[in-house]
Write a protein that binds this ligand. Structure first.
Ligand code: NAD
Length: 347
């Protein structure tokens, strides 16, 4: 990626992002993203970390997610509005930026609606690789909205899933997901209930959207030995699992100060035990220790995953031409003559 001028910032539009994903291949890119996320989780202690800054409203949330590894700074703007789909709008949209810590100059601006779906799925696949039962082949996919195909393909590419059993309260969502996954190599089955979708599944993904303490899975639905990939509970007052499931599970999280506020564990005491995923990835904490254990990834989405995803995109852009040079930064010939530049523009 070589912008012709230092003051021009490469911008990856939605169209360019889609072209990039197809050029690399969806499965390949999910695996590449997972590698970058894993590499960054393994150097976790280097990062500047903070829970995301959330602005809540009656219908949704708008969040800023910053982090830095000391050399590169990144942030994502993201919203979550479950009612949006009723008006033909996405539940989740996003864009993000990487900057050089040395100068503070941005080096990449990118759409992140597509990229968030890819990075969330890549993280799910990566975590399942560590925690899912050995040889897991079947996943229940509960909630068949915008994220669901990405989740399914990442579990296929990264965790070796061969069959996905889909359920959504809206049959049109399931029909859409089944249609979209045709030809993926996955065996895809539309189910008539959550219970049917979970029959024989070693991995259970919940990815629904409702601004409520929902009970997508009740305690009696979850048997021993499964891995639960809980994606949709990611905001205060927005959960998917009955608390009884949490007490029977070993719970793995991205960044506890954020997950305790936003994740499934917001329903539990503040000292409810959790394991941090970076410690599992670096070998400092155990992952799955028995065949009967229930492992639960209480996913909320953390800034480092977005940082990794932007870093990945940045590294893939070179030579592709899949970006626009954006006139984002004022760049007077004399850096102190900003006003002179304004005056010359009038002439
Ligand atoms: P979406 O609105 O496109 O899809 C949600 C689907 O859930 C809809 O099809 C809806 O019919 C279905 N649903 C609602 N209640 C249900 C129920 N009780 N049983 C079965 N299905 C039900 O949303 P999306 O973009 O796919 O996102 C899904 C969720 O994932 C959202 O809550 C979003 O905030 C969350 N999310 C989390 C992360 C993360 O990093 N953890 C990242 C992105 C999105």
């Amino acid at each position: 990626m070589q912008p012709s001028d230092k003051a021009l910032v490469p911008f990856v539009s939605v169209d360019h992002m889609m072209q990039l994903i197809h050029r690399i291949g969806v499965h390949e890119m999910l695996k590449g993203l997972a590698d970058y996320i894993e590499a960054d989780f393994k150097r976790w202690e280097l990062f500047d970390k903070t829970p995301r800054v959330a602005s809540h409203s009656a219908e949704g949330v708008i969040e800023l997610m910053p982090t830095s590894d000391g050399e590169v700074y990144g942030f994502k703007y993201v919203n979550g509005h479950p009612k949006n789909t009723r008006d033909g709008l996405q539940t989740v949209t996003a864009f993000g930026l990487l900057a050089d810590v040395g100068t503070g100059y941005p080096v990449l601006l990118s759409e992140m609606t597509m990229l968030t779906a890819m990075r969330t799925a890549a993280t799910s696949g990566l975590v399942a690789k560590y925690l899912a039962p050995k040889g897991a082949k079947t996943m229940a996919m509960i909630g068949n909205g915008a994220q669901s195909e990405f989740q399914s393909l990442a579990m296929q590419a990264i965790a070796g899933i061969e069959r996905v059993q889909m359920w959504d309260i809206d049959p049109a969502a399931t029909e859409k997901a089944v249609r979209n996954l045709t030809g993926s190599g996955l065996q895809v089955v539309a189910c008539a209930s959550a219970e049917e979708a979970m029959e024989g599944a070693e991995i259970i993904t919940t990815c629904t959207a409702d601004k409520a303490y929902a009970t997508i899975l009740s305690d009696n639905m979850v048997g021993p030995g499964v891995h639960i990939n809980a994606i949709g509970g990611d905001c205060p007052g927005k959960t998917e699992l009955a608390p009884g499931i949490l007490t029977r599970s070993d719970v793995f999280v991205e960044y506890p100060p954020q997950t305790r506020v936003e994740g499934e564990i917001q329903q539990m005491d503040p000292d409810f035990p959790v394991t941090e995923l970076w410690q599992v990835m670096t070998g400092q904490a155990p992952g799955r220790t028995s065949a009967s254990q229930i492992t639960l990834f209480d996913s909320v989405g953390f800034a480092i995953e977005d940082f990794s995803a932007l870093r990945y995109v940045c590294d893939q852009l070179e030579g592709t031409g899949l970006y626009h040079d954006l006139d984002l930064l004022a760049d007077p010939d004399d850096p102190r003559d900003l006003f002179g530049m304004l005056q010359r523009a009038k002439a």
